[in-house]
Design a binder for this molecule. Structure first.
Ligand code: 4NP
Length: 156
């Protein structure tokens, strides 16, 4: 059975498109092909934009393919995705307040960081330098593997 995962941050240009690309890549490295991964933002400010150039740069240096056009979370995401993974607590709360979540949701909505014991948010790197984006990348690799460890097998 194919599992579907939506990674969510604020603008959908820094963390979540990187998380989407990394999760898809880590799944592929494990030979997992029955997974659908997408990303979205809780805010509308960057709709239609490519990922931030720093996100593209870090993915490029790691040979992780990335291609995404920013979009906002919509009500139908809560019925079409199995998992919706929030980058931080503020985005998790926005998801929990979303009309799609309140009016019947099949998705498991969680902080992505909750798949590791330290339960850490992915900090917003937007106003910082490239190092912040490198940290987000490393965190996305760890969280992708923690997520895949937990769900692989469960859904088959
Ligand atoms: P993201 O980063 O939520 O990881 O995509 C941000 C992108 C844009 C803004 C904030 C965070 N902004 O304020 O425009």
């Amino acid at each position: 059975m194919t599992i579907s995962v939506l990674v969510v941050c604020l603008g959908n240009i820094c963390r979540s498109p990187m998380g989407e690309a990394v999760l898809r890549n880590e799944a592929l490295k494990r030979g997992i092909t029955d997974i659908h991964v997408d990303s979205a933002g809780t805010a509308a400010a960057h709709i239609g934009e490519d990922p931030d150039e720093r996100t593209i740069e870090v993915c490029g240096t790691k040979d992780v393919p990335i291609s995404h056009s920013a979009r906002q979370v919509r009500a139908s995401d809560f019925t079409s995705f199995d998992y919706i993974l929030a980058a931080d607590g503020s985005n998790l709360r926005a998801l929990e307040r979303h009309v799609g979540h309140r009016e019947g949701s099949k998705a498991t909505v969680k902080l992505w960081g909750s798949y590791l014991p330290d339960n850490k948010p992915i900090q917003d790197p937007y106003y910082g330098g490239l190092d912040g984006f490198k940290e987000v990348y490393e965190q996305c690799v760890k969280l992708s593997n923690a997520f895949l460890d937990e769900v692989a097998g469960k859904e088959s």
